[in-house]
Design a protein. Structure first.
Length: 334
């Protein structure tokens, strides 16, 4: 846990006494040239990309110094659920760029790192990775973004609005926060976000043979979601940042998303499946098309948004191979 002091937000508000949670793998070399930043997804934590970390994998601790940084409001870094001075709905709204800024402060102040080998993430982590490449174009050599959006699509905005509505429909919602755990709200949230939007019909057909099987699986994933213990206030704030994101609103680009993407200097790899019911795959393709020299690779998976996880071993193996080859080729090109 890094104590980073008051974090000024781009809105002009401040998160007081900001604490940045992170986990490291490997050792920082003497030149501080082997650091890789892992950015985390909506409701995720520093284990999100563990399937890419290990001996012989895309991110190898024997070679890389890997920093997995928990984003603002994930319940580990400073969040509405753990802030002493700004608890619950007293917490200020923040943006994905503020997440990037907190990570930049962690790297420069805590580790003295001024250059990354790569920044990598999936979903909201991929969105942070692209924002990193726009906000700090000379800070990283490579950028790897899985299932990202450079600008949140109207579809994804409606998804997060509906997810928040599931939570706020619970009797525990007072109009100004939750008075208790919104159990019914989380159940509805599970149906929307985990059962329906994180996968595809083809993915579910692989292991759900009938109606009874579907109901049993729903109960299982709902129990898993609640065991994770994510806080409803934290979800509200993270999802507001998620849906408001646009690299084009970075200072200096006047809302021009394409110009912001065209400014990226890092070698960039964008990956997405053919169908994603949360972050539309078309958004990933469009972002890659605007980044100079970017490589877009389709993940050969029917898992939808879950394609960028370890849900299917073959998907994890594919991502490890492709990302490892990309990072190795980037190193050889230098």
């Amino acid at each position: 846990m890094a104590e980073l002091g008051d974090l000024e937000l781009e809105s002009g508000e401040t998160i007081f006494d900001y604490r940045q949670s992170y986990v490291i793998h490997g050792k920082l070399n003497r030149e501080k040239s082997n650091a890789v930043l892992v950015c985390i997804s909506l409701t995720g934590n520093h284990h999100r990309l563990d399937f890419l970390i290990g001996p012989g994998k895309a991110l190898d601790p024997a070679r890389d110094f890997i920093i997995a940084a928990d984003p603002i409001s994930n319940g580990l870094s400073t969040s509405p659920s753990n802030s002493e001075r700004q608890p619950g709905m007293r917490f200020p709204r923040f943006a994905i760029r503020d997440m990037v800024q907190s990570q930049h402060r962690l790297l420069t102040r805590t580790f003295g790192i001024d250059r990354l080998q790569a920044v990598i993430g999936a979903s909201m982590g991929g969105m942070q990775a692209l924002q990193w490449a726009v906000s700090h174009p000379l800070f990283m050599r490579a950028c790897v973004a899985m299932t990202p959006m450079a600008k949140t699509s109207p579809w994804a905005v409606l998804v997060t609005e509906t997810a928040r509505s599931c939570l706020m429909a619970d009797p525990a919602w007072t109009g100004d926060g939750f008075s208790a755990e919104p159990e019914r709200g989380w159940r509805a949230y599970t149906g929307l976000m985990t059962a329906l939007l994180s996968r595809t019909p083809a993915a579910l057909a692989e292991f759900l043979p009938d109606c009874a099987g579907a109901h049993l699986w729903f109960e299982k994933i709902h129990a898993q979601n609640r065991a994770n213990g994510f806080d409803a206030h934290d979800y509200l704030y993270q999802s507001w940042a998620y849906e408001a994101h646009d690299v084009g609103t970075t200072a200096g680009f006047d809302g021009d998303t394409e110009a912001a993407l065209a400014s990226i200097k890092a070698r960039t790899l964008v990956l997405a499946p053919s169908l994603d019911l949360f972050n539309p795959a078309e958004a990933a393709r469009a972002a890659a098309a605007r980044i100079p020299g970017a490589l877009f690779i389709e993940i050969p998976s029917v898992q939808g948004h879950q394609a960028a996880t370890s849900t299917k071993p073959e998907d994890a193996a594919f991502l490890n191979r492709v990302i490892q080859e990309f990072l190795e080729s980037e190193s050889q090109d230098r």
